[in-house]
Structures are given as C-alpha cells and as structure tokens.
Design a protein around this ligand. Structure first.
Ligand code: HPA
Ligand code: ZN
Length: 326
C-alpha cells in the first residue's frame, strides 16, 4: 500500500456513522433521521449535507468526545496508508468560539493525535476554519481563537461551509489576523462557486492553497495563472462525484488540471459521507486516468511539500515517502 498525505479533511465530517450513533445513544439524542436504512449518512445535496453534518456534530459536546473522535478518525486514515494529515477544526463547534474552551478541545485533540502518532505512525496538524454561513462576525471570533493558538500544531487557517453565501473578501479581516499570527492560508472555492470564486479567494485572501478549486477548469486563463503562481489545489474527487458536481471520476477535471501544470493534491473531504477513503480515491483515479504508482508518488511528495507543518516535520514526511518508494 502506497504511503499517502492528505491535506483536506473535516474532522467531524470524518466521523464514522457508528461512532456518532454511539455518542447519540450515550446522550439520549435522537438523530436517527440523518441515517439511511443501512446506517450511512443520508442527504439529498450539498446544502442538505451541511445540515446533516451539523446534526451529527451536535453529538460532539465535550473535549473528551473530540479526543475519541480524533482517535477513531486517525485509525481509519492510517488504515488507508496516510502518514501525514491536516484536519479542519472549527472553534464554532469546539467550545462556541470561546478561547479558553477552545484551548481545552484543542488539548484533547492533540493528545489523541500524539497517541495515534506513537501507535499508528500518522502525524496530524490542524487548520482552523470558520463556517462561512455563520457569517463574517463569527469568523472574526474564530480567527481570534486561531491566532491565540497558532504555533507548531495549529498551522493554518481556512474557510469551510456554504460557498454560495457571501464573498471571500467579507472574511479578509479574519484572514489578515490569521496571517499576522503566522498561519498559512487556504479557502474552499471553485466547488459550488465558479472560476470567479477561485480568483476572488486568491486575490482578496492571498491564500496559497484552494480547497477544491476544480471549477477553475471552466476558465483556462485562470488555470494557467494557478499553475504559474504555484497555488495548490486540494482536490477531493470522490466528494465532488458523491455530491453530483461531476457524474464520474472519469468526468472529473483533476487529470486535465494536472496535465496543464497545476499542483494538485488528493484528499477525501468527509470520507464516510462520501463513501470513500484515501485508498478508494487512489484506486478510482488509477482506474479512471491510468495513473500509475509514479503519479501517486509524485502527488504524495507534492502534498508533503504543500503541507502547512514546519519545515522539520515536512522534511521528515518527505524522507519517509522517499524511503518507502526506494
Ligand atoms: N465543504 C464545505 N464545508 C464543509 C464541508 C465540505 O465538504 N464539510 C464540512 N464543512
Ligand atoms: Zn471541504
């Protein structure tokens, strides 16, 4: 199994359904409506997905819940060959944007990550993300939580949630605060918004990476600009197919983007929601585009270089990849 690097993963979105059902039972919460008859998450489209996501997240109420979640998620990732992962974390869900409470959640998440590193050899880092549809004011509070905890473990700042609401520049204050705190920047764009949403995120937020960004393909001048500037796309093909953005892996633009010189990485986004794993993403891409091990090794190395972790950690991950490929 090839070692892998994942840069785009929502922690709550990676919660196994059985884990969430267990938490709901412990808390006597009835969330049976978010599951189908086979026990998988059930949703109609992206907007319904966001509602189901928030209903599942409502079962996560304490730092201890997040400790268990982190351990469960990293176990799954490691089973797929992931050796380094970055996860989106939202103080909105972890302590209601209160800095003190957020620190407690973060402490529990980090402890679980350190245990996974010792036991499963997987390294995790965090990217703080406000939720776009909660609005720019709440995003400021989230940015303050991010700035207060920026360092060797919280390494980035991003923006998740409903891409159709507001504009990137509404969040410029938060991104400026995060940048000043030393955090590296990414933003969801070019999934539900067109190429202009990718342009806006690059111009108005000065991000180095874009979450998805795949709809840049609708404007080839933009594709060339992304390639030239070295903006990294966190591409999640299985997510895009599951949510109906493209009918199949074969119809997904990741291959064209890569051929045209764009730095692409591969991630799962919210794996159980989209019935995927990193193993499945690699297998589907290999089948759809005839990508061989060399392509995937290149993507993993590219992903390690684009990681927001400190240089020492990136170097260690690169060395592990090189050794595995030798
Ligand atoms: N996209 C946007 N926002 C999200 C997602 C996603 O896949 N998962 C959780 N919040
Ligand atoms: Zn995402």
């Amino acid at each position: 199994m090839l070692p892998k690097v994942e840069l785009h993963l929502h922690l709550e979105g990676a919660a196994p359904p059985a884990f969430v059902r267990g938490l709901a039972a412990e808390k006597k919460m009835d969330i049976s409506g978010i599951f189908d008859e086979r026990g998988y998450y059930k949703y109609k489209d992206f907007w319904d997905f966001l509602k189901v996501y928030e209903a599942a997240t409502a079962t996560l109420q304490t730092p201890e819940d997040y400790r268990r979640l982190t351990r469960a998620v990293l176990e799954e990732s490691a089973a797929s060959g992931v050796i380094y992962s970055e996860t989106f974390l939202s103080p909105d869900f972890c302590g209601g944007r209160d800095v003190g409470a957020w620190r407690e959640y973060l402490h529990a998440i980090r402890e679980a990550a350190e245990e996974a590193e010792r036991q499963d050899g997987i390294t995790l880092r965090g990217i703080v993300t406000p939720i776009r549809h909660f609005g720019p004011e709440k995003a400021r509070e989230t940015a303050i939580c991010a700035a207060e905890t920026a360092g060797d473990w919280i390494v980035g700042f991003g923006l998740a949630g409903d891409e159709k609401i507001g504009k990137p520049k509404d969040f410029a204050w938060s991104f400026d605060a995060a940048r000043e705190a030393g955090l590296r920047l990414t933003c969801h764009a070019g999934e539900w918004g067109g190429p202009e949403s990718v342009r806006d995120a690059i111009r108005d937020l000065e991000v180095e990476r874009i979450g998805h960004g795949v709809r840049a393909i609708e404007d080839l001048a933009l594709v060339d600009e992304i390639a030239e500037r070295g903006v990294v796309l966190e591409v999640c093909p299985g997510s895009n197919v599951a949510l109906g953005l493209y009918p199949s892996f074969r119809a997904h633009p990741v291959h064209k983007l890569r051929e045209r010189g764009v730095t692409v990485t591969v991630s799962t986004d919210d794996p159980p929601f989209f019935h995927t794993t990193m193993e499945r993403e690699y297998a589907e891409l290999a089948g759809a585009f005839d990508w061989d091990d060399g392509v995937f090794q290149g993507i993993a190395m590219t992903s390690a270089r684009a990681a927001f972790a400190d240089a020492g950690t990136r170097e260690k991950i690169l060395k592990r990849l090189e050794k595995a490929y030798a």
